[in-house]
Design a protein around this ligand. Structure first.
Ligand SMILES: *[C@@H]1O[C@H](CO)[C@@H](O)[C@H](O)[C@H]1NC(C)=O
Ligand SMILES: [Ca+2]
Length: 354
């Protein structure tokens, strides 16, 4: 859920953009409508709903830099640390690198802010492949999915910079989300189209300004936002409800290059705890045993392109249904009134003939 009044969750370094409080209020109202009045408005446990968790965060100057041991993070492959960034891959062919948090995350509601930079000498569509952010059971396992393991358990956010599917009408770079219980494989040749939950286009490569991504998971709702236009505000990319993820998984980031390459740099990853109340029946279950899943009204295969990257499912669906019903009702009333008037006129006309 979005931030509460005042918007602690709306602050990246105290500024989550003008759009957010409004959106927060709006989606808050919609969520109330949709998720029922059974729980009332109880939302935040305190006024400050955002707390940085240092054990899950990676910030400059990267503790333990220069030595191969960082107490909280492991890295592998082509990953290289400097005092200013963590380079997952250099701008060279066939590289794979990743960095993984060593501490499993037991927070039920969290928000991850990633400051990154993807850049290289490659011109338009001659660079790749992008990077992935992970919240998964597995860690430090290299593989074909942006330098990490396929058939993973958990959540992946892909920042795909190269369209492998020549037939795609999508504009790249393209951000997408995937939830997996180990049964699904990522189809690289289709840019993960068949397993994608939702996504958006974002011009995030070779920018001269800072680029950020935010991932929020709270009460089964997954939200991804970007700040890549140097406007100092978050823009919606993904908003999906009905996502179930366990606690006890690991945060990580990985990147891969193939025939085409780029520098994939992470400048920081900051994890914030969101203070959110859950109903007693949710509190009583063992969250580490939850199977990653998504309850979708439609199959991900029906994905249609949504270049605006706006809300696609979740509470808005209920709202739209409500509006449709309202329109239908108004339509019926108008028809009835018009019908009655016409009927009456005809009656009067008929009378004159008698
Ligand atoms: C894993 O996901 C697949 C497809 O999403 C589903 O058919 C299967 O039942 C799931 N397995 C478990 C153990 O939940
Ligand atoms: Ca791709």
């Amino acid at each position: 859920m979005a931030a509460g009044p005042g918007g602690g969750g709306c602050a990246r370094r105290g500024r989550w953009g003008r759009g957010c409080p409004v959106r927060g209020l709006l989606s808050g109202a919609l969520l109330l409508l949709a998720s029922g009045l059974r729980r009332g408005a109880a939302e935040l446990t305190d006024g400050n709903n955002e707390h940085l968790k240092r054990e899950h965060s990676l910030t400059k100057p990267y503790q333990g830099v220069g030595s191969s041991s960082m107490p909280l993070w492991d890295f592998q492959g082509s990953t290289m640390l400097t005092s200013q960034y963590v380079r997952l891959t250099p701008d060279e062919r066939s590289k794979e690198g990743s960095i993984w948090n060593r501490v499993p995350c037991f927070l039920k509601d969290w928000e991850l802010h990633v400051h990154f930079k993807i850049h290289g000498a490659g011109k338009k569509n001659l660079h790749g492949d992008g990077f992935a952010l992970w919240y998964t059971r597995e860690r430090l396992m290299s593989g074909p999915v942006f330098g990490s393991k396929d058939n993973f358990h958990g959540l992946a956010i892909f920042l795909d910079t190269y369209p492998n599917d020549e037939a795609t009408e999508r504009v790249f770079p393209y951000i997408s989300a995937m939830v997996n219980n180990g049964s699904l494989a990522y189809d690289h040749s289709k840019d993960g189209r068949w397993t994608e939950l939702a996504g958006c286009t974002a011009d995030l490569r070779n920018q001269n300004h800072d680029t950020f991504l935010a991932v929020r998971y709270s009460r089964g709702r997954l939200t991804v936002m970007t700040d890549v236009e140097d406007k100092n505000e978050w823009k919606n990319c993904i908003d999906v409800a009905g996502v179930r993820l366990p606690t006890g998984y690991f945060f990580g980031a990985s990147a891969g290059t193939g025939d085409l390459s780029d520098n994939h740099d992470i400048i920081s990853m900051k994890l914030f705890q969101l203070m959110v109340e859950h109903p007693p029946e949710e509190e009583s279950i063992d969250w580490t045993k939850i199977e990653p899943s998504v309850s979708l009204l439609k199959s991900p295969k029906d994905n249609v392109d949504d270049p605006t990257g706006n809300f696609r499912s979740g509470p808005l669906t209920g709202w739209k249904v409500f509006l449709l019903l309202l329109c239908a009702l108004l339509g019926i009333i108008v028809c009835a009134v018009v019908g009655a008037v016409v009927f009456q006129r005809r009656q009067e006309r008929n009378k004159r003939f008698y």
